[in-house]
Design a protein around this ligand. Sequence first.
Ligand code: 16G
Ligand code: ZN
Length: 576
Amino acid sequence: MISAVRPKCKESGHNSQRFEMKIDYDQLRKLYEDTCCTKNLQYSYGTAGFRTLAKDLDTVMFTTGILAVLRSLKLQGQYVGVMITASHNPYQDNGVKIVEPDGSMLLAAWEPYAMQLANAASFATTFDEFYAELVKLVEHEKIDLDTSAVAPHVVVGRDSRESSPFLLRCLTSTMASVFHAQVVDLGCVTTPQLHYVTNLSNRRQREDGHATVATEQDYYSFFVEAFNELFTTYQIEKRLSVPKLFVDTANGIGGPQLKKLLASKDWAVPSDEIEIVNDKSDVPELLNFECGADYVKTNQRLPKGLSPSSPDSLYCSFDGDADRVVFYYVDPESKFHLLDGDKISTLFAKFLSQQLELANLTDSLKIGVVQTAYANGSSTTYIEDALHCPVSCTKTGVKHLHHEAATQYDIGIYFEANGHGTIIFSEKFHQTIESQLSKSQGNLLALNTLNCFAKLINQTVGDAISDMLAVLATLSILQMAPTDWDREYTDLPNKLVKCIVPDRSIFQTTDQERKLQNPAGLQTKIDSVIAKYPMGRSFVRASGTEDAVRVYAECEDPTKLDQFCNEIVEYVKSSV
Ligand code: 16G
Ligand code: ZN
């Protein structure tokens, strides 16, 4: 295996005497030359990993595959996950992101490596230029490439895009042949399934030296069991509190996966209570087209394929890789009502706070909600004033919210308004509940409810399927109709606008993106506009996923909202 050890990279001027790349240089070179066809494009690893037109991703897939292997080697051969997806983007796009062994996003300190490797391959004029960059990284991180001691392990998954099988081949091309990695291909899965399976595989390996990797089937069994357990605990008939739930799966991978879950032999809710629409994941161009969470949230209207039925019916939309969900209903006057990420987190906060109180645990376990600046001001006021829960605000992007929820609270509920989110339960939470239950102390119903509810949540990442089940369970237990849920608080009228500017990088923010530091003087102008509108709030930030600047505004008077937002947009345009 360690056939052609190349001691030094003479051509690239790399002259380390200490270091040997114990990999097959010729094989790597051949695969590089065969695979990396896209050249001279600058790639950046953002909040969503790499994402762009699928036709431009061969080189990036090649280098990301290598980086995943290196990450696994750095972590003593633990399973590292890689997901090929472009989430809610149109069907022509694709993307890739790396998942840590515990199921969280790639460690921030490694994101620059992902970029360096991709851009080295993209701009290198010879293979050795790229190779030198690889050597530099391996040396810097002191990674032992001798795979005879520890083999790297990688779990790969992809959403339903047509381009994914080809990109998967680019991704995995070097894994086994050059780095002797054990690669587990999950096939088509949702992003949260990939996170969950990566986490479970490592837990099994750690806890009982389990040699077998976790599977998609484990995911279905686990969540169906958790759902059933919660219903049994409550002794509620296995019927939902809503007569019908319509699920728009954006013609993405969520459709077939949800069908598999509902087809599980143990799934007990009558099949006519949940109807899946927009489930044509085999028609590529329909993906996210006029449907899905992003479409519904942005346009505040029903997606294609759905027409209003009874006001008691509840609807929800996933995005293309099913890590995001928003709910909605239509009232008797045919008015559309969105129940977005803010509404989901407030529903969970209300329910879990009640259960904590019933279990007499409010003093020992800290519950809190994590939001971003996009959270509607009314939701923040409601959580603080009506639920008496603390609220944290972080920068946009799941990893920021996740970190805050995991480090600040025992029950950390986090959601972005766009529907990305989950709940993190701390070690202390599990120990406390377990200890109380084992002593049969306190309100057993509340303790069991908390215990079961924690199982129903995919704690590795926001998960449309798991979040959907948790919302259904909560509404059933609280006996709430969609209108009751919506009535808890009323959103302030709000608007989100995209502004194209010559260089978005000059828009630098502080205070969790709520204030601009640059361009100089612009924030003062924005503040003077905000002061004119009762309950006014507005902020400006550069998008991390598009070449644009986003302007958010909310105020009390819906008739003034356009004017408010336009004034800010005008200042933004005149500042560049
Ligand atoms: C990415 C983020 C999402 C965030 C969005 C903001 C992840 C997995 N995804 O899709 O959380 O809301 O970017 O996009 O972190 P923007 O920067 O273009 O506004
Ligand atoms: Zn997504």
